[in-house]
Design a protein around this ligand. Sequence first.
Ligand code: ZN
Length: 73
Amino acid sequence: MNSILALIVLIAIVAVGTPIIRNMVGAGNLRCTRCDGTGQVNEKWPDPTEPGGWHKVEGICPKCKGKGRIRAR
Ligand SMILES: [Zn+2]
């Protein structure tokens, strides 16, 4: 019976500790939603506010500057 209780406690520690450790390692960074974490974008769509009438971004993602991750806070 005691070993089952120990197992439950261990699972609880892992369940609580894993998100905390992940938070510390990730330092509050989230995957960039614009390039989906790749750091590269290939965007093209009609946009009357842009010169030439087209929105065009190719290469380094302007949102995360090619890092693929953005600060959550
Ligand atoms: Zn990005």
